[in-house]
Ligand binder design. Structure first.
Ligand code: FAD
Ligand code: EUG
Length: 604
């Protein structure tokens, strides 16, 4: 791709999913460094529209005409080509970071509702014609499937394009209510614009995702409010049969407590709308953090791989006692090397994974110096309050021989440290994208097991990943996100999207890790569409009792089986027993053998 062809990144003022003006230059750099080494053709014309199984082609096109009549022709688009784009200009038709062949997990069409009533219309339409639909808020679920539907040919509902208002910010209660298309970037800017300087949000490593999509996928950020689902309060949901509900206090007409008390009365249903295919969320309430009156980032480095176990033992009691206050990241030095944004070939051209000694040679040249682990944390509050905690942390962390505290005053303004500093203070950024450039046409996928905050567990998972990635000749970037009583280990593997052999190796490697982990008693907190069946299969206690419960809910809530079939491994009755699961044997095809006619068709 010619560098001269690079267009400017759309800004927030022009597009709901654009980049804030303050990060425009950074986005430009990120984009050109991707384009500099890209070789995959930018655009691919589909051989054929991906018509979903279970409907005749002519009937499908008739159905789309009907949908256009209901929503306006400009709000329904047929998918005829695939453009992978990049993080800031992500496709809504497929997974821009596709691990399977790029024509596998693709939409037939994309539809843009403008209101909850429009979403209801789309759901009723899908029931009428038996067409699978798949909701996205922004579609930047990179590492986990992007905007792709699980069933090939589903109609993607891109909620964010027209439903992207911050509906409410309550500066006294410190809460907000958002529509699907509000990104972390957009929410942050809106709070600044309204002058609520005392309100913080909590952001993931990249700010381009939606508050809603991230929270519904149970994503994480890095302030004390890092576990997003914990901090939500209140949903509005369109059910797969078209009814709308409000959960929690939202069910009480004229209530003024929807965003401050998440439970309401009676069975608490919110959880079933996360990582699920039981409803389409159209409004979400979130708690906002009050400015703690000061903050201070710290970075400690640890020399040896074996330091992991004693370090994690030190972390656990401090984290539970809230001396370690935020969802911190404990990162491996290779990720820091990759964060420079330079491709792997800069450091190593050989076969197999980069040898450790090469990584350490490069690490010596980085601002933090050579090490194996880096703990990026933050202390909050006025100076004297912070200092109390920082002193304890210093005393404890320095018990590890060779531990070092990096003095932030020695670090230049553009050092990666300051990006972590912004993120832990709720200021969304774009820096983290750099490591996706490790390979040309960089795609990535995550293996994300949950670990107790215990030395032996952290070490077991680290070794498991190291062994399998070594076996497949792959580098991996491990980061532990330190929750209150557990850690998510995020093992990111970058691959060249244009290299099918490499993609297949990554797929095999991750599948092996999932099985190894399950055998040792570890499960994933979240996953890519292509891995959902396998992972759901590991949560199989008592003869798959949980999956049978989920299937019962699915059949009851979605009798026609139209909403995101197969999401999280939950298949509607019409699809079951027809080979739709992508198995651990590494089958690359995502489709099964047809669907049964749906029951109850006269009612709908
Ligand atoms: P979407 O793609 O819109 O949706 C995510 C999921 O939720 C999909 O399965 C979708 O079907 C479902 N969904 C969305 N909206 C609805 C709705 N209204 N109703 C029902 N279901 C819905 N993630 C983290 O959590 N923390 C990180 O620190 C982090 N760091 C990253 C770093 C890098 C470099 C990259 C590339 C990715 C990172 N991610 C991280 C992963 C991902 O980018 C974010 O989680 C992102 O916020 C998800 O994308 P989205 O909000 O656009 O969600
Ligand atoms: C990260 C990435 C994730 C996630 C949590 C954290 C951070 C990576 C891609 O998914 O789920 C550095």
């Amino acid at each position: 791709m010619a560098k001269s062809g690079i267009t400017p990144t759309p800004q927030l003022g022009e597009k709901h999913n654009g980049i804030p003006a303050r990060l425009f230059d950074k986005a430009g750099h990120a984009k050109s460094s991707i384009w500099d080494i890209a070789t995959k053709p930018e655009e691919k014309k589909l051989k054929k529209i991906a018509i979903p199984q279970g409907i005749e082609e002519t009937k499908f096109f008739e159905a789309l005409e009907d949908l256009k009549n209901q929503l306006g022709p400009e709000n329904v688009e047929l998918v005829e080509k695939l453009v992978d784009g990049w993080y800031m200009e992500n496709p809504n038709t497929h997974d821009g970071m596709h691990i399977l062949d790029d024509e596998e997990l693709v939409a037939s069409a994309v539809v843009y509702p403008g209101s909850t009533a429009d979403v209801q219309k789309i759901v009723l339409w899908a029931n009428k014609y038996r067409i699978p639909i798949f909701p996205i808020s922004i579609g930047r679920n990179f590492g986990y499937g992007g905007a792709a539907p699980r069933v090939r040919g589903s109609v993607v509902i891109d909620l964010g394009r027209r439903m992207n208002k911050v509906l409410d910010i309550n500066p006294d209660d410190c809460t907000c209510l958002v529509e699907p298309g509000v990104t972390f970037f957009a929410l942050y800017e809106e709070i600044q614009r309204r002058g609520h300087k005392h309100l913080w949000i909590d952001v993931p490593d990249l700010g381009g995702g939606s508050v809603m999509g991230n929270t519904l996928d149970r994503g994480v950020g890095y302030t004390p409010y890092g576990d997003h689902w914990t901090f939500h309060s209140g949903l509005e949901v369109v059910l797969p049969t078209g009814e709308v509900i409000r959960t929690g206090m939202g069910a009480l007409p004229n209530n003024n407590s929807w965003q401050i008390f998440p439970y309401g009365f009676g069975p608490y249903s919110d959880g079933i709308f996360t990582q699920s295919n039981f409803g389409i969320v159209t409004k979400l309430g979130m708690a906002l953090m009050p400015d703690p009156g000061g903050y201070e980032s710290y970075l400690y480095t640890f020399q040896k791989e074996e330091d992991l176990a004693p370090l994690v033992e030190i972390i656990r009691p401090l984290r539970i006692a809230n001396i370690l206050e935020n969802v911190a990241q404990l990162r491996h030095v290779l990720e820091q090397v990759a964060c420079s944004g330079k491709p792997r070939s800069t450091y190593w051209k050989g076969e197999g994974a980069i040898p450790d000694h090469v990584i350490h040679e490069v690490a010596k040249t980085l601002s933090h110096g050579d090490c194996t682990w880096l703990y990026y944390g933050m202390a909050y509050g006025p100076k004297e309050i912070r200092q109390y905690k920082l002193d304890i942390i210093h005393k404890e962390f320095m018990k590890i021989p060779g531990a070092r505290r990096i003095d932030p005053t020695t670090l230049p303004k553009n050092d990666y440290f300051w990006s972590r500093d912004r993120i832990a203070a709720g200021i969304p950024d774009l820096e983290e994208l750099a490591w996706v450039n490790w390979h040309p046409n960089g795609g990535h996928i995550a293996f994300s097991p949950v670990s107790p905050v215990r030395g032996p567990d952290a070490t077991a998972l680290w070794k498991l990943a190291k062994t399998r990635c070594g076996q497949y000749g792959l580098e991996f970037f491990p980061t532990y996100c330190v929750g209150m009583r557990e850690m998510h280990l995020i093992v990111e593997i970058v691959f060249d999207r244009n290299n099918p052999t490499m993609r297949q190796n990554v797929d095999k490697c991750i599948r092996a890790m999932i099985d190894d982990a399950a055998k040792a008693g570890y499960g994933e907190y979240r996953t890519h569409l292509a891995l959902m069946d396998q992972i759901a299969g590991t949560y199989n206690w008592n003869n798959n009792a949980l999956m049978r419960f989920n299937e019962k809910l699915k059949d009851c809530l979605d009798p026609a089986g139209i909403l995101a079939p197969g999401k999280s491994g939950v298949w509607p009755a019409r699809y079951r027993g027809r080979g739709w699961e992508i198995g651990k044997e590494g089958r690359q095809s995502s489709e099964g053998d047809g669907v049964a006619p749906a029951p109850g068709s006269t009612r709908l």
